[in-house]
Design a protein around this ligand. Structure first.
Ligand SMILES: Cc1ncc(COP(=O)(O)O)c(C=O)c1O
Length: 363
């Protein structure tokens, strides 16, 4: 294996294969609540826009078409409360940006990147790809004198569902600016607030229209069921966005033209987002009730696509307990050493499969 590949952790989902096999042996089939992959249809207006743009023989613009850039900027102004002058850039889903942002920003050996103590694994992978040093911390005062180049925040959080208030985000931005660090806020679950309304780092309440050193990372995968299209974008500091564009143009990190057209349609419509949110809300209510009845404790989970649950035991024991009932969940260990007793239960299964899980948990 190359030095680059061997510097990376095991691909977490491979470790779940034995539990998947066990859950798959259930006579009524597996209920897979592990990966948060959307299962509901792509809304018709988005599919139409994709099809209408399918005659696309020429190279698309890395920066996105002017119409897409306007659609992204308009959405960020409306949905994130950003009144200032923003730079915007489409990305090939948000995972690639998370994985490559440290490299694109020039993070290297000797540079530190701060990531949440319990978080989406790709933040760490991106730092390792760049050759930097990862510090897991939710408190910047605990970081010490390290040369911090980049701070990731993720609200609503995957996996915990925790939401960071505007005041917290403002403190992070102030802290980073004092040190010349960039703040990247991964907001791909912003549309999915249940008990709390999530706030964007671009909200005037956080940045007051000055986005210096600030980037907000967004995705249409969850909001619009577009995980298969690979449709994401980043908005914020125009100078930083210009730097990202300069490198990405050379590297061929270009969003396909039909997907660019589909994104314009998706960003111009909130009705399908409201409908999808209703589906997830109903699944969340029934699953939550059933898990509590089965003896689980649910923490955070006030927003996002997951229930963050524990039975007060080692997470792999809980994964096994669920697998015996034909239910597959993600172990907290995937998300950081501080989550060894948690499991993450995704809301991304059909109503029929969620009903099957509820029956298995409560009888
Ligand atoms: C926190 C977080 N960021 C980014 C992503 C990547 O999403 P995508 O690449 O589909 O935009 C995910 C996917 O689950 C996620 O949970």
């Amino acid at each position: 294996m190359s030095a680059r590949a061997s510097a990376l952790p095991d691909f977490p989902w491979d470790l779940l294969e034995p539990a998947k096999a066990k859950a798959g042996a259930h006579p009524d089939g597996i209920v897979d609540l592990s990966v948060g992959t959307p299962v509901d249809p792509v809304p018709a207006l988005i599919r139409r826009a994709l099809a209408d743009a399918s005659d696309a023989p020429g190279y698309p613009l890395t920066a996105g078409t002017p119409a897409l850039r306007a659609a992204i900027a308009g959405w960020l102004a409306r949905s994130c409360g950003a009144s200032g002058e923003l730079g915007v850039l489409p990305t090939i889903g948000s995972k690639e940006l998370v994985a490559w942002l440290p490299t694109l920003l020039g993070v290297g050996p000797g540079d530190t990147v701060v990531i949440p103590s319990v978080c989406y694994p790709t933040y760490e992978v991106g730092v390792l790809l760049a050759g930097g040093t990862v510090v897991r911390s939710d408190s910047l005062t605990a970081v010490g004198p390290a040369r911090v180049k980049l701070v990731w925040v993720n609200s609503p959080s995957n996996p915990t569902g925790r939401v960071l208030p505007a005041e917290h985000l403002r403190k992070v931005v102030d802290w980073a600016r004092e040190r010349g660090a960039v703040v990247a806020s991964d907001e791909c679950y912003l549309a999915l607030g249940w008990e709390t309304r999530p706030v964007s780092v671009l909200d005037d309440a956080v940045t007051g229209g000055d986005y210096t050193g600030v980037l907000a990372v967004h995705s249409l995968s969850k909001r619009s069921n577009l995980a298969g299209y690979r449709a994401g974008f980043v908005g914020g500091d125009p100078a930083l966005i210009g730097e990202l564009l300069a490198v990405r143009k050379h590297a061929g990190m270009i969003l396909p033209a039909p997907v660019q057209a589909a994104m314009i349609a998706a960003l111009g419509d909130e009705t399908h987002v409201d409908e999808q949110r209703e589906r997830y809300a109903a699944r969340r209510d029934t699953l939550r009730t059933a898990l509590v009845k089965a003896g689980f404790e649910i923490t955070h989970s006030e927003a996002g696509l997951y229930l963050w649950a524990t039975r007060g035991e080692e997470c792999w024991q809980t994964v096994d307990w669920l697998a015996e009932r034909g239910i597959l969940a993600a172990p907290g260990a995937f998300y950081g050493p501080a989550a060894a007793q948690q499991v993450r239960i995704a809301l991304t299964a059909t109503d029929e499969r969620v009903a099957a899980a509820v029956t298995r948990l409560t009888t």
